[in-house]
Structures are given as C-alpha cells and as structure tokens.
Ligand binder design. Structure first.
Ligand code: GLV
Ligand code: MN
Ligand code: MN
Length: 397
C-alpha cells in the first residue's frame, strides 16, 4: 500500500507531496482508497461531503467502530501525515482477519476530505461539514488562490456539491472513532515508546492580516513618502514571535501574498496568515490580541489600513476519557498519553462521537515537511496497536 501511494502527488523538485483537495493527485488517492476497499470486499461509500468510507458489516446496525485519517497534504508535505492512518487502518483489518477475529460491531475505514485546508484555507472541511461545524453558505464562499470556489472544484472533480452539509444520521452510526497518526513532535520519542495515546488537541486557529498601503515606484519614492505595508507586516511577524514566547504558545506566519508582487514596486497589499496555538484558550487569546494590537500600532505608524479576519478556529479538544482509558487498558496502562498542537478530523468529530487517537513515534518530530519520517518497525507497531484496539472495541473476546 505504501509503495502504491508513494508516487501520487510527489513533487520532483522538493520530494514533498502536493495532494490538495479535488485535484488530480487527490483523485488518484481517492481511486487508491476505493480500490483498497473493493479488494477486501468492503462496501465502498462516498458521503455527501466527499468523505470516503469502506464498510465491513451493516452500517445501519449502529455502534460502528470507525478508523481512518486523510490522504491530502499541506504544500510539500511528508508521506506520513494522513496516509499512515489510512494505510494502517487497512493493514489492521488485514491483521484482524489473519487473527480470525469475529466482529460483533460494524467496522469502517475512512478517508476524510480536505483535512489540511491547503487549497481553500480552512482545515478539516469534510469532517466539519459532516459535523455541522461549517455551514453550507460558508463552504460555498471558500475560494482557492485562483479564485475557484469549493463547489466549482468539487464539480470539476466529478462530485456533486449540492448535497454538502450536516450529516447527523451518518455520524449517529458511529460508536467510536479512532484515528492513528504520525506524531508531529518528539514527545513520544522522548518517552522511548513506539506508540502513544492522545490526551488533547490544543485550541488553534488561522487569522488573515490584510495590510493595505500604496503601490509606488521602488526607485523614485522617497522613504518618507511611502506607505509600505511590508514594513508593518514584517514588524507584526516579530511581534507574533514575541507574544508566543511570552505566553508559552506558538505563532507562525507561514503564508503571505503580496500585490502587485514586483521587485521594483512598493506593495499595495501584504496579506499574511497567522496560525497560532496554545495549550489553553486564555493563552491563545492573549497571543492573538497581542499580535493584533502590535499590528495596529505598526500600521498606524506607516499610514497602513489593517483588517484582521479570523478564518477558522478550533477550541481545545479533550479526548473522551472513557474511550481513552479503554485504549490504555487494551494497549497497557504504561502507554504514554500525550497532547498535541496539531489539528485532526478526530478533534472535529469529538464534538459528535466518542473519539480517540493513537500516535506513532516520529524520531525527529519533523512534520508538514518532506523530511517527515517514521521507521517501518514503529509503523508496524502502530498497525499492531490499532488492530488490538479495533479488536477490543469491535470484536467478541
Ligand atoms: C493540520 O495538520 C494542522 O494541525 O494544521
Ligand atoms: Mn497535517
Ligand atoms: Mn494529519
């Protein structure tokens, strides 16, 4: 499975993955998922929001145990963030069949659409729509960098965008959702364990800062006459670092767009996206308020108009203790329980269904980068752990 997926959407120049929602690479990943489902005799289903499901047993029976993750990527992402969870889910089912496990509950494997939000700017679109955490109106307003809207992109990829929206009946079939994911930090590695259990996801969000100044000639405009939004933007980046350090949080400007984007032109617009996350809501609020206040001061100083728009927000997720404890019982109570600053579909779904996560060791902690890595032995330990968990939750003992 890993070998089949490896070439899909891989950029030759960086070695990273560019698997964005509703693109050709995404279609290839989806075709791979469907083929995996069918080759195992699972019932394939595409839901109203473009999420893929592979069912063993009758979905209508209720109380299903669902596992899976996503196949899309960030720009130049690694091979593991997302695909490890989907591949491990199929591999865990294979392992359970080898064990001769008898399923007493329906089991499903999922690929949630557009988890990373790399194309339309909002993460977890598929799960948010299903859970009613993204309205259809807002989803229809999402646009990519070329101005293509989400419904247009879905239509071009051969999907019907008119049916998107809350899917409570489908979620009501789920008794437990377990997402396996490569760890995106070194916390697990530092414990010396291959596999861990998630405790919580930090509250996190994305804010767009639009600094508007005046385009002018880079050679002839006196410094004193300029209204250069790049200056206030640059100072704001430094403020974000400062505020995050003070609050023990993280803050990142990782994406920027500049107009007119000419080497010899003072910009008219600098648009920067702030991603900020913290262990608790109050720290996150403090960081974002501090960055915005500093940005306004810098903007005033340079005659710049500033708009700040919160594009997305996910509150803290504390994974359900009953299911988390059940995983610890199955895997051993010495299994490390770790928090994470990364967002996941499991976090979105946790508002609707009992949800848990397993992490697989990442020896460098690098993620959202072509250098993301997990050792094969650790991945196999993840599959075995997921199989144990699914057996414990969905099979008779
Ligand atoms: C998704 O991986 C995120 O944490 O942004
Ligand atoms: Mn990710
Ligand atoms: Mn992920």
């Amino acid at each position: 499975m890993w070998r089949d997926l490896a070439p899909i959407g891989r950029a030759a120049d960086s070695g990273g993955y560019r698997r964005y929602a509703w693109t050709a690479a995404d279609a290839d990943c989806r075709a791979w998922f469907k083929a995996q489902a069918e080759s195992r005799g699972l019932t394939y289903e595409l839901d109203r929001n473009g999420n893929q499901w592979a069912w063993l047993g009758d979905p209508a029976a209720g109380g299903a145990v669902v596992t899976g993750s996503h196949l899309d990527s960030v720009p130049d992402g690694g091979a593991f963030d997302g695909p490890l969870g989907v591949v491990s889910s199929f591999a865990a089912l294979d392992e359970l069949r080898r064990r001769g496990a008898e399923f007493t509950k329906p089991l499903a494997i999922t690929n949630f659409g557009d988890e990373e939000g790399a194309r339309f700017g909002l993460a977890c679109v598929g799960s948010r729509l299903a859970a009613g955490q993204l309205t259809v109106d807002k989803a229809y307003e999402l646009r990519d960098a070329d101005g293509i809207t989400l419904p247009q992109a879905m239509e071009r990829a051969g999907y019907d965008p008119t049916t998107i929206g809350p899917d409570p009946d489908r979620l009501a079939r789920i008794g437990a959702f377990v997402e396996l994911h490569v760890e995106q930090g070194r916390a697990l590695d530092l414990t010396g364990n291959r596999v861990g259990i998630a405790s919580a996801i930090w509250p996190h969000g994305r804010w767009r800062f639009d600094f508007r100044g005046e385009a002018n000639h880079a050679g002839t405009t006196r410094l004193a006459d300029r209204r250069d939004p790049m200056l206030s933007y640059a100072e704001t980046v430094l403020a974000a670092r400062r505020e995050a350090e003070l609050a023990g949080a993280v803050a990142t400007f990782g994406k920027i767009s500049v107009e007119p984007n000419g080497v010899n032109a003072i910009p008219s617009l600098v648009r920067g996206w702030l991603d900020s996350r913290a262990a608790d809501q109050q720290s996150l609020d403090t960081v974002v308020a501090g960055v915005e206040k500093a940005a306004r001061e810098y903007a005033d100083r340079h005659g710049i108009d500033l708009d700040v728009v919160r594009e997305s927000f996910t509150p803290v997720v504390e994974f359900e203790h009953t299911l988390r404890d059940e995983l610890a019982r199955i895997l051993g109570t010495d299994t490390p329980v770790l928090g994470t600053g990364a967002g996941h579909d499991a976090g979105i779904l946790s508002a609707s269904v009992p949800t848990a996560m397993l992490f697989v060791r990442n020896p460098t902690g690098v993620s959202h980068s072509p250098a993301e890595y997990a050792a094969e032995d650790d991945c196999l330990a993840g599959v075995a752990a997921l199989a144990d968990v699914l057996e414990g939750l969905a099979c008779s003992s």
